[in-house]
Write a protein that binds this ligand. Sequence first.
Ligand code: FAD
Length: 386
Amino acid sequence: MDFQLSKEQKKRVAQAREFALAEIAPYAAQWDEEEHIPRKQIQKYADAGYFGMAFPIQYGGRGLSALDAILVIEEIARHCAISGRLIVDHNFGAAVTILNFGTEEQRQRVLPTICTGKTLMSIGMTEPNAGSALTELTTSAIEDEDDYIINGTKHWITGAGEREYTLLYARFNNVSGPKGIGAILIHRDMPGFEYAGRIPSLGVRGVQEGILKFDNMRVPKNNLVVPAGSAFGNLMSAYNGQRVGASAVALGIAQGAFDFARDYADQREQFGHRVTDFQAIQFKLADMAIGLDAARYLIYRAAANADSAITDRYESSVAKVFASEMAIRVTSEAIQLCGAHGYSRRLPLERMFRDARCFTLAGGTAEMQRIGIAVSILGRTIPQHK
Ligand SMILES: Cc1cc2nc3c(=O)[nH]c(=O)nc-3n(C[C@H](O)[C@H](O)[C@H](O)COP(=O)(O)OP(=O)(O)OC[C@H]3O[C@@H](n4cnc5c(N)ncnc54)[C@H](O)[C@@H]3O)c2cc1C
């Protein structure tokens, strides 16, 4: 087992750091304040080669490993969580499902446009009455000659209305239970697609979460990516990779907060001493560093073992639970280390604290991840219904 990054990986991390310091860090607070990141900024991420990093070259990707992509994401997220999330969504999200389970025609049609930033993609799973209980989703897709007719509502969709494509999870031909669920690619220009507004949120404000409604939306059958009745694991693969990506963003946020707080505390004096001279503060720093290191290696393990950017369910869930809970603790402690100053909106810590809060929810809650981990430990399914 090799715990060292390769020379190329170190170089890529250094380049990402330089890019983040020049192109992202100065504007992160502004995007949070304005609750919007401009499309021309997102284009810079595609132009820098940060979309589809682990996709094969033939589809416009760079043929790098999932770990390579994770290293870049971690570095970017140290300065801006939403930029990290955008890069995750275009390396690990729905596009990976198309890469692995879509048709050749779909791969050639869609993936190069994702890698160049010409189109962006959302995942449309969650519904008002189907969150953790995803298998209860009711958005319907009914076969009609060469099309499916889609009706229903999705909410909490990241990038809703702003992104061209959504990989939509729907119930096909009224078949009940998990066997009825499939995934189909939709475009916001399709008649019957409606962006029904934004859901204001605590953190990660620069990228919106919103509501999508479908009213007799006609989608050609050749947009079907994962047919109903396929292995449910194929359907959920978008979230497996997403989990590791999200964990890397949580880690990046926490590392950014730690760096800031350590530097502040090391120069702040009280009682005639630097506050880092007090053992209570040293112990806080040590505990924060332990959390960061542990999360980092859990995430790297899941990424290093990923196959075609699909990560192992157990490893990705372990990484996500630990990193997301660690990020909440570390960003909160970072505020504590900086005293009232840390609580001020003039420092980036309150933004980092708000941003970190989403990761025990988005992409599957920490409770549901723990259930998934228990399933692996026990080697049997654990039905959640009464
Ligand atoms: C910032 C953000 C971005 C998101 N982006 C997307 C997106 O792009 N696409 C998308 O489809 N969805 C997205 N989501 C939705 C997210 O996937 C859901 O919020 C999540 O799956 C939980 O569903 P819920 O909010 O309905 O909570 P619920 O399922 O209602 O859960 C409420 C609480 O009950 C707990 N709970 C539920 N069932 C059990 C059980 N069996 N055992 C123990 N505890 C249980 C949950 O863990 C939670 O604590 C996003 C959410 C957030 C916050």
